[in-house]
Design a protein around this ligand. Structure first.
Ligand SMILES: [Zn+2]
Length: 367
């Protein structure tokens, strides 16, 4: 198993698969499934699906095939896997081609008592806020399920962990209006940048005041808010008081929060300021059903293998939110190292792939 996981991950890293350019990696995965005599198909969105088992209940095991662009700071060629010190380095090693390798292994070996669809999907990275295609959104139009497991990085503090859910996301594009004037007579105008700065200051202070929310036992999550971009133009020359400044605010929604929570906050930040606001709402936070079969089974399998459970709640948005939106019980567990996503010299540990494959197989076969 170790050799197979290692080989597959190296192959997957070698195939470039930026969002929207997944054709090559999809063909590789499809051919690999066919080579192992697994029932598989490609759907119209470009996702690759593999089928195992039969039964009334259905589980989707999901992983995205795309990666982000290459960031600065790589010491090796990110598209050439490098093995060193029990780790594999390469673009997508943690996010999330190691998860895909585990899914390929499981599709080959798992003996479930329910129907399992292994879904290798397109366009996860950055697709949601821009409103582009998302493979999971397309998938769930055709396939409902009772349970969904995503295989995104869940090795936290060196330990393979169960991720109970994740935060949601909303954003606000705020256009602050001023009045243009010659800078030598600034008092005749109204500087949009100054008003925008008042907003950013309030956002920063408010962000620091947000308190962690309890999720489960000693598992907590901190909601967050940040100004992520500012755009202003004073005209073609540098002697004009700007009449427009845009402030972009990103809000991670925690449990119990929704778009209205954020709208009220933004109303507070912009009170008395001449502006227009465009809101974007990707999703609310999602959490698994603690009394549901998926969580109970996963917890049992985990405790049998490791003794004490290791649980956390994801701060970033995962495709889990779409499955949760269809009332599926959800869980995330994958062999990547949390915190490695979108970083230079991204890597994952070989032993985590093996551990994850063994545990996931157990969970899938016992549910
Ligand atoms: Zn990912």
């Amino acid at each position: 198993m170790k050799k197979y996981l290692l080989n597959k991950l190296c192959d997957l890293i070698s195939i470039r698969s930026f969002s929207g350019q997944e054709e090559k990696i999809a063909s590789y995965i499809f051919n690999e499934l066919k080579r192992n005599n697994i029932r598989a198909k490609k759907d119209s969105a470009g996702n690759v699906l593999a089928f195992a088992g039969k039964g009334k209940k259905r589980l989707i095991v999901n992983g995205h095939m795309d990666t982000v662009d290459i960031v600065d700071g790589w010491k090796t060629n990110p598209l050439k896997p490098k093995i060193s010190g029990g780790k594999i380095y390469g673009l997508g090693a943690s996010d999330m081609k190691s998860g895909l390798a585990v899914m390929l292994e499981l599709a080959k070996t798992v003996k479930p008592n329910i129907e399992v669809i292994f879904a290798f999907t397109v366009c996860e990275e950055g697709s949601t806020i821009q409103g582009n295609v998302n493979g999971v959104k397309e998938l769930i139009k055709k396939y409902t399920a009772d349970y969904a497991i995503t295989c995104e990085s869940s090795v936290v503090d060196g330990k393979l962990s169960l991720c109970l859910g994740c935060q949601g996301r909303a954003a606000a594009d705020i256009s602050v209006f001023g009045k243009a004037a010659h800078s030598s007579k600034y008092e005749c105008g109204k500087n949009a940048i100054y008003d925008a700065c008042k907003i950013t200051e309030k956002v920063e202070k408010y962000g620091e005041s947000l308190k962690p929310i309890k999720v489960y036992k000693d598992c907590t999550i901190k909601p967050s808010i940040s100004v992520v971009a500012i755009e202003a133009e004073g005209g073609k020359t540098r002697n004009i008081i700007p009449d427009l400044c845009k402030v972009y605010v990103d809000r991670r929604l925690s449990l119990g929060e929704n778009l209205n929570t954020f709208k009220k906050e933004v109303a507070g930040f912009t009170k008395g300021i001449d502006c227009s606001i465009k809101f974007i709402h990707t999703s609310n936070a999602a959490i698994t059903d603690m009394s549901g079969k998926l969580f109970k089974t996963a917890l049992k399998c985990y405790k049998e293998k490791y003794g004490k459970e290791s649980l956390y709640f994801g701060r970033g948005r995962l495709d889990l939110v779409f499955f949760a939106g269809e009332n599926m019980e959800i869980l995330n567990m994958g062999p990547g190292l949390a915190g490695q996503a979108h970083t230079a010299n991204e890597h994952c540990r070989i032993s985590d792939m093996e551990d994850c494959a063994v545990l996931l197989k157990d969970i899938i076969e016992r549910i």
